[in-house]
Design a protein around this ligand. Structure first.
Ligand code: NI
Length: 142
């Protein structure tokens, strides 16, 4: 079968659920129900693959912190230098007089990416941090 050939199959779901699915697909601008369901499946596959430590993922780590807090920038920089293989780009935004937001693009084995994200998010002085996992794109045709 061609990699991106369409495969047709049927599903059974409660009628209410199908109505809600169609309403959501329409509200989000999907051309049809199949495209909406395919995106939901891809989202679940990304989550599923990310559970496997050796699987290569891409993603972003978003951090918010007060740069006046002692040592916070040095600490975050040290962590980033220790994990330079996984951190491929950074964006720093001065949100206001006190608060900074950093967005780090990350890529690598799922376990290594999660480890560096956990270290950054747990660093003393970080007010909020979040890892968002996505695909490297190689495993999905469209
Ligand atoms: Ni700043």
């Amino acid at each position: 079968m061609k990699e991106n050939a369409l495969s047709r199959f049927s599903l059974s779901m409660p009628a209410d659920l199908v109505r809600q699915l169609d309403a959501m697909a329409k509200a989000r601008g999907y051309a049809n129900r199949s495209r909406a369901v395919a995106d939901m499946v891809r989202a679940q596959l990304v989550e599923h693959f990310a559970q496997a430590g050796a699987y290569e993922i891409a993603g972003t780590v978003t951090l918010v912190y007060d740069h006046h807090r002692r040592n916070i920038q040095g600490l975050l920089t040290d962590i980033q230098h220790d994990h330079a293989a996984e951190i491929i780009a950074t964006l720093h935004v001065h949100l206001d007089h006190h608060n900074c937001m950093e967005v780090l693009a990350v890529r690598g084995r799922a376990d290594a990416v999660k480890k560096v994200a956990d270290l950054l998010i747990a660093a003393k002085g970080v007010k909020h941090g979040k890892l968002t996992v996505t695909t490297t794109g190689r495993d999905f045709s469209r």
